[in-house]
Every structure is written in structure tokens, then in C-alpha cells.
Design a protein around this ligand. Structure first.
Ligand SMILES: C[S@@+](CC[C@H](N)C(=O)[O-])C[C@H]1O[C@@H](n2cnc3c(N)ncnc32)[C@H](O)[C@@H]1O
Length: 238
């Protein structure tokens, strides 16, 4: 289904506390420094319209929620939802998540990581653009603090299985648990979850907990065959 153009924020809405450009942030940086409270900070990759970021920051004021979104229009739209809900613990960065994890985030700088409905890049020649790739997942283990959670939800079973396999390969996480859908009060976690569930499509959800092992640079990339990302993987790991 094609995506509609994101709504432009009202001209008089001040986004200065909720919107940042990755190109204007000196890297590497402490993500908590983007917030007024020095609370544990969680990151959402591919924030889209900002449903998760807005509801999480409203319902969990004792934590900070940072989003990264590559589309300028969606990043502004998510920031405008945060601004409109007057939360002080939600910020969206406009930029590329791969650049952020490669160059922006120090070891153990995050208390949670969320990837909901990442773009599947169906065509074989585009597979290398998938965000849940071995390098990203190795960084996920590096930037997360021990005991913090990494959530992956998608409506693409093959992508899900591939990602779970690679996460397990990092040896930096405990075994995945199936994560249940939102409760009635918070019925949908994200806009795409809502869309999938209303259409009756299945959704695959996993949550991993970062273990105590220190990350070993390039271990995973060295172990995986070169063609890995390009080949569909159907191994059921859960
Ligand atoms: C399918 S949408 C899902 C949006 C939202 N997570 C949800 O579940 O409703 C994927 C989002 O990821 C964003 N995205 C894709 N690649 C990205 C990247 N490298 N860095 C940041 N955002 C990215 C897209 O612009 C899009 O908004």
C-alpha cells in the first residue's frame, strides 16, 4: 500500500525541543544529553508518524525516548506530535539510522532499542538496504546496556526469521521471547501495526535482552557468508 505524504506541522508549533538534524549533532554523542532529564534513554529506529514515540514518552515519563527517521517529512510529523503532547522526554532526529549507530552512539549508551516494521526492501538487489543487517545488529549489541531490551516487530516472516538468526549469532543477547500485542488501553504500538492488524495480517514480534558479554568487533560480519543478506532465509528460530 503506498504511503500518503506526511502532514506538515502547523507553522506556529515550536519543534525546537523535539526535532534535531543528525548532520548538526557532533558525533559520537551521549543520547541522554539531548534531553532535559538524565534518565535512561531508549531509541526507536524508523519512527514514521511517531505513534510509538508519543505514547511511550507520555506513558513512561521516567525514561527518555529518541527516534531516528530518514524521511524529513515523517521526522517533522513525529516531532510535531511530541510537541503537541507537551512531553519533554521525546525527541526525533532526522537522519540515517545506519549512520547514527555507526558513528553516533557510544558503547552501552542506550537502555532500550525498538525496530517496528522496518522497510522490507523486497527486491533482491535492494536487500542490502535492510536496516536489520549484520552490521546494524552487531552495533545493537554494542550500544545497548546489559539487561536492556531490543524489540523487533514486522509483518514479513522471512525478514523476521533472518533478523532473529543474526541477533542470536551476535551472542550478545539471551534467547528471544515472543512479545505479545499491545493491551486494550494501548491498542496499537505503531501505525504500521495498526494497519497490519486491521487488515488481518500476521505480525511477528520478538524481544531480546542484552546479556553481559562485551561486544567483539566484527565477529559477526566475519562469520557470515558474503551473500547472506541477499539470500532469503526461512529458518524458524523461535
Ligand atoms: C514501514 S515504516 C514503519 C514506521 C513505524 N515504525 C511504524 O511501525 O509505523 C519504516 C520507516 O522507517 C524509516 N526508515 C527506513 N530506513 C531508515 C533509515 N536508514 N534510518 C531511519 N529511518 C529509516 C522510513 O522512512 C519509514 O518511516
Amino acid at each position: 500500500m503506498p504511503r500518503r505524504h506526511p502532514k506538515k506541522p502547523p507553522k506556529d508549533l515550536d519543534l525546537s525541543h523535539h526535532f534535531r538534524l543528525l548532520t548538526e549533532i557532533e558525533t559520537p554523542f551521549d543520547p541522554t544529553a539531548l534531553f532535559s532529564q538524565q534518565n535512561p534513554t531508549e531509541l526507536e529506529i524508523g519512527t514514521g508518524k511517531g505513534m510509538f514515540l508519543t505514547s511511550a514518552s507520555s506513558s513512561t515519563p521516567e525514561r527518555n525516548f529518541l527516534g531516528i527517521e530518514v524521511s524529513a517529512g515523517y521526522a517533522r510529523m513525529a516531532a510535531s506530535r511530541l510537541a503537541a503532547s507537551s512531553v519533554t522526554n521525546g525527541v526525533v532526529i532526522h537522519g540515517d539510522a545506519m549512520h547514527l549507530v555507526r558513528h553516533g552512539l557510544p558503547n552501552a549508551s542506550l537502555s532500550g532499542l525498538h525496530v517496528y516494521f522496518p522497510d522490507p526492501w523486497w527486491k533482491a538487489r535492494h536487500r542490502k538496504r535492510r536496516i536489520l543487517n549484520p552490521e546494524f545488529l552487531q552495533h545493537a549489541g554494542r550500544i545497548l546496556q546489559t539487561g536492556s531490551q531490543f524489540h523487533i516487530w514486522t509483518d514479513v516472516e522471512e525478514y523476521f526469521n533472518e533478523a532473529v538468526l543474526v541477533v542470536n549469532n551476535t551472542l550478545l543477547f539471551g534467547k528471544a521471547s515472543n512479545e505479545s500485542a499491545g493491551d486494550l488501553e494501548n491498542k496499537y504500538r505503531t501505525h504500521f501495526e495498526r494497519r497490519s492488524r486491521l487488515a488481518g495480517d500476521p505480525v511477528w514480534r520478538a524481544v531480546f535482552t542484552r546479556n553481559e558479554k562485551p561486544p567483539q568487533q566484527n565477529r559477526l560480519i566475519a562469520k557470515l557468508p558474503h551473500h547472506f543478506i541477499a539470500s532469503p532465509h526461512t529458518t524458524k528460530v523461535l
